[in-house]
Structure formats: C-alpha cells, structure tokens
Design a protein around this ligand. Structure first.
Ligand code: FIX
Ligand code: ZN
Length: 430
C-alpha cells in the first residue's frame, strides 16, 4: 500500500471524509409516519406533524429565531406578535432581517445558504416564494432519501421524548418502523421533575408513589422497559443542567442509580447524558430560550466508576468542560465522549474540541452529531463539520508523517469510518 505524501494529504483526507457515510447519533428528526406540517406532493399535511423539513422550517430554526430578536428586538416586535404570525410570515420576517438586510454570516445563517445551494436552489433570492414552490413538489419519503444522499448520512438516530404528548400518542397509536431511523428513549422530566413525572406515571397506570420503595422502583423500570421496547431504543438519553452532581442523593440520582442504569445494563444499551443545558433563560423565546453553563465532570467520573457495567455517552455544553471531559475518558473505557453540542457547533469550537480530543484520545471519540431538527439541516451540519474535522485531521496526519509514520490512504479510510460511524455502533454493541 503506497504511502501518502504531505502534499497529497489535504485532498486525500477531504475526499475520504466526504465519501464516508455518517451514522448520525443524535438528531431530532422523524420519518413521515410521524406526520409533516410542510406542504408537499402526496398525502395531506398534519399541522402537528413531527417530520420538519422545507424552507420555512429551515428559516424558522430556533437558532435563527434567537438571532432575529437581536436584529429586531422585542421592543420593536413583541414576542407575542412574532408567535402569532404563521410559520411562513415568521420565515419572511427572518429572511428579510437576517438574509436580505444583513449578511447571513452567522453559522446558523450560513447553514441555510449551504443547504439551499447544495439542493441546487438559489439562496440569493429576495422572497422565499419560488423556493416554497420547489419544496411543495417534493414527496417526503423520497425527499429523505435525497437529503441522506446529499449529506452522505446512512442512518438517522431519533430522540423519542416519552413525556411529549404529541409524540407519545403517536407511538401508542402504532408507528411502522422506517429502516432509515433508529429510536432513542429520552426522558429528561423523569429525572429532573419527579413530583410531576411520578404523577404522570401513576396516571398512565404505573403503581408509583412519591417515595422510592421497591414497588415504585419496579414500576419505573417497567415503564422504561415498555417504552424502550416500543421505540426500539438503541440507547436511553437525558439532558441535565449545569448543577447536576452525582452522588447527591436527590430524586434524580436515586432514579438514575436504581432504575435507569439497571434497565440500561439489563438491556445492554448505553445511557447518554447531555450535560450543561440551562433551560428557559428567556422563556419568551420558547424553543430558543435555553443556554448553557459549566458542569461537574467529576460526577461523570463517579458514575463511570460506580457503574462499571454501564456504558455512558457524554457530551457537555460548556467549552470550559471539554478538556476535563476528554481526560476523564482516558480513565474510563465505559465513557464515550461525543459531539460538539448546540452552541459549540461552530467551526472555531469544533476545530478546538476535535484537536484536543484527538490529541488526548486518538481515534476513540465520536467527533460530531448533527442535532438536526429540520431534515434538510443534515446537509449543512455534516458538510460544515466534515470540512473542519478534515482540516484538523490533515494537520494531525502531517505531524505524524513528520514523525516518521508511513501513513496510507487505507489507514485514513479506516479512521474516517471509525470517527463517522463505527465508534458509535461498536459502543452500542458493548
Ligand atoms: O436537548 C437537546 O437534545 C438539545 O439538543 C435540543 O433540545 C436543543 O434545543 C437543540 O436543538 C440544540 O441543538
Ligand atoms: Zn438535541
């Protein structure tokens, strides 16, 4: 096998990363069986449908809602007035202020530009109407194939929020599996608001009481098992606030230690913790209301040490947690660090985090997930991330060549497969 030279490296790495399919381990995407509110060719629209796609959804992504309230603050356009607009009116407002009257230079704005361009559409339009006409001609299931091909994503992992009424009732009515999507059971409220979630479980027929006696523990486990079966969960997941600590003997810890981790162990599936989200900092912004904060990495270590038969996927939202988390992963083989989450999903931070993770952990990390909420976002999120990861890898490989390693294209291909898919799928398998 021929060695790569320093001059061949940049294009070889870029090509290999572009042609290696991604298994996207965390998204908020759904197949058409969950209904779609986007006008399209084929079946009727479902106003509360969960499959989001198309130009109006792209432009009203909550990242862009937060940004438009900087350009046109609530003193000029009150929140209630914005929320009273139709989706198309909201999109027109955002388009006017962030794309026509300003240069769309932020990462979330650039993402819309990349997505439209890669779909063969003109992002430079003054009005969204011609784009809407194009999207109306698409058929949702065919469109998923098209987007997955353009983004080179081979599998989409959902986030199945069991405390969301809209989603829960759809599962209960019966959802045919779609081979392109896998399920993940997500239950933040169970751990973070036991008074409320306990009442809900009781309403749904589980014999739980506010204290954690054996019956309650057994019933919470039954709830988790039944829902893992229903969504065919490949892992369980929660997001946790910056002040999450373990152990501190509150309801969250007790539920984790007595119910969640035993169920994950029995089912041989990992538990994902997304740590550092501070919810509802400005509630008027709804989905865009949240921010992040630094959290306690030692609590992650405590969990990995006390539950050696469990496997943990962990991502943290604060930049200042990234180094300590990568060091923690050197100490625990049952800890898999993943993704550049949310406000970290920006080229400068992906670059920094990928660099420090590779330096500390070699190839044993999952550098990115998309967190796409709108199907079409897969196109830009993966295009932008692949480019940054490619630049970092090129530099790391050049240093390795300089150190005397005879690097081959086959090795680069093997690494890309691990980073973009196998580190995730192998960790699922135990
Ligand atoms: O909790 C999460 O999974 C977050 O990723 C989302 O809820 C968040 O709103 C988001 O879209 C971040 O990218
Ligand atoms: Zn998410």
């Amino acid at each position: 096998m021929s060695r790569l030279s320093a001059s061949e490296l940049p294009s070889a790495v870029e090509q290999v990363l572009a042609s290696t399919p991604v298994v996207d381990m965390h998204t908020h995407l759904y197949p058409p069986t969950f209904g779609t509110p986007t006008p399209h060719r084929g079946n009727a629209i479902d106003p509360n449908g969960l499959m989001l796609w198309g130009v109006d959804e792209l432009v009203t992504y909550h990242y862009l809602i937060a940004e438009v309230f900087r350009a046109v603050p609530a003193t000029k356009l009150p929140y209630e007035q914005f929320w009273a607009m139709s989706k198309a009116e909201q999109a027109d407002h955002i388009w006017k202020h962030l794309f026509v009257e300003r240069t769309p230079i932020s990462e979330a704005c650039r993402g819309v530009v990349t997505t439209l361009s890669k779909l063969g559409l003109d992002p430079g339009v003054k009005s969204l109407d011609t784009l809407r006409t194009w999207f109306r001609e698409q058929e949702p299931s065919e469109y998923i194939d098209k987007v997955m091909e353009l983004a080179n994503v081979s599998s989409i992992t959902m986030t199945n929020a069991v405390f969301d009424n809209n989603e829960r009732t759809r599962w209960q009515a019966g959802i045919a599996p779609d081979p392109r999507f896998t399920g993940v059971l997500r239950f933040d409220q169970l751990l973070l608001d036991w008074p409320h979630s306990g009442r809900k479980l009781a309403e749904w027929g589980y014999a739980v009481t506010p204290d954690f006696n054996d019956t309650t523990v057994g019933e919470v486990k039954r709830f988790l098992n039944e829902w893992c079966d229903r969504v065919n969960a490949i892992y369980c997941a929660v997001s946790l606030p910056p002040d999450f600590t373990f152990p501190d003997f509150d309801a969250c810890d007790t539920l984790m230690a007595k119910c969640v981790l035993p169920v994950c162990e029995e089912r041989n599936i990992p538990f994902a913790m997304m740590i550092g989200s501070r919810r509802g900092v400005n509630p008027a912004l709804k989905d865009a209301a949240d921010m992040g904060g630094a959290a306690d990495v030692q609590s992650v270590c405590n969990l990995c040490r006390q539950f050696p038969r469990n496997r943990f996927f962990v991502t943290m939202l604060a930049r200042e947690n990234q180094h300590e988390l990568a060091v923690a992963a050197r100490k625990f083989g049952n800890l898999m660090v993943f993704g550049c989450w949310w406000f970290l999903n920006n080229p400068s931070l992906i670059d920094e985090m990928t660099r420090l993770r590779i330096e500390l952990l070699g190839t044993t990390v999952i550098p990115q997930h998309s967190d796409a909420r709108v199907l079409d976002q897969l196109i830009y999120k993966w295009d932008h991330s692949r480019r940054v990861i490619g630049r970092v890898l090129t530099e790391k490989y050049s240093d390795l060549l300089a150190a005397g390693w005879p690097l081959t294209r086959t090795e680069v291909e093997r690494d890309a497969k691990q980073f973009l898919g196998e580190n995730f799928t192998n960790f699922l398998g135990g």
